[in-house]
Design a protein around this ligand. Sequence first.
Ligand code: SAM
Length: 216
Amino acid sequence: MTVAEWWNRTRYRLYAPVYDWFARPFERGRQRAIERLGLESGDRILLVGCGTGMDLEYVPDGVTVTAIDVAPAMVRRTERRGERLGLDVDARVGDAGSLPFSDDAFDAVLLHLVLSVVPEPGEVVAETARVLDADGRVSIYDKFVPAGTEPSLLRRALNPVARVLFADLTRRLDPLVAGTGLELRDREPFLGGLYLVTVARPADSALPTRRRAAPG
Ligand SMILES: C[S@@+](CC[C@H](N)C(=O)[O-])C[C@H]1O[C@@H](n2cnc3c(N)ncnc32)[C@H](O)[C@@H]1O
């Protein structure tokens, strides 16, 4: 394991006890992102880099939730939140860059505040595309540089510290999605354009159109 990988695994273990307090300002964007997915009872959803499971507060009853995070302290918090909310949650420790799930296993995948954190975000998007059903959708909510612009001076000035402590402020979303078979739809800027909420779906041209078989 490289030092960067070790630190990535360690830092969010340290933040776990205070994470909810720091993440509170991002709740409106989170709620909006989940609304846009149009989740329904029976959907199989995956939270990648689930953290303390704050997304669970906004998912409807009847969905089946799987959650994965590299930090065991985060996974335990997601489990506890799921129990408190009465949700069916399978939370496990694992690496978002190598998801331990079969192809097409999920109707929706949530990538919230994680693509700016992981060392190899392109691998995470590719893995997301693999485990997503052909009719599925991906909610992406994070702090990307707006498409077609350069990182602002403020982003560049803060990034050397920010990327070590919590997340990279200078990542672009479009190159991460390119070539994965997903395409981005309807982007909504949040928090003065610092954050972006968007939904990605398998591009019709890249993946076969197929519907999940009706039960029975
Ligand atoms: C900023 S937090 C976001 C948590 C949650 N998604 C949310 O919206 O509040 C980033 C999370 O990604 C996790 N993480 C970092 N690298 C990861 C990896 N390679 N695989 C899985 N989880 C990872 C961290 O442990 C942390 O819980």
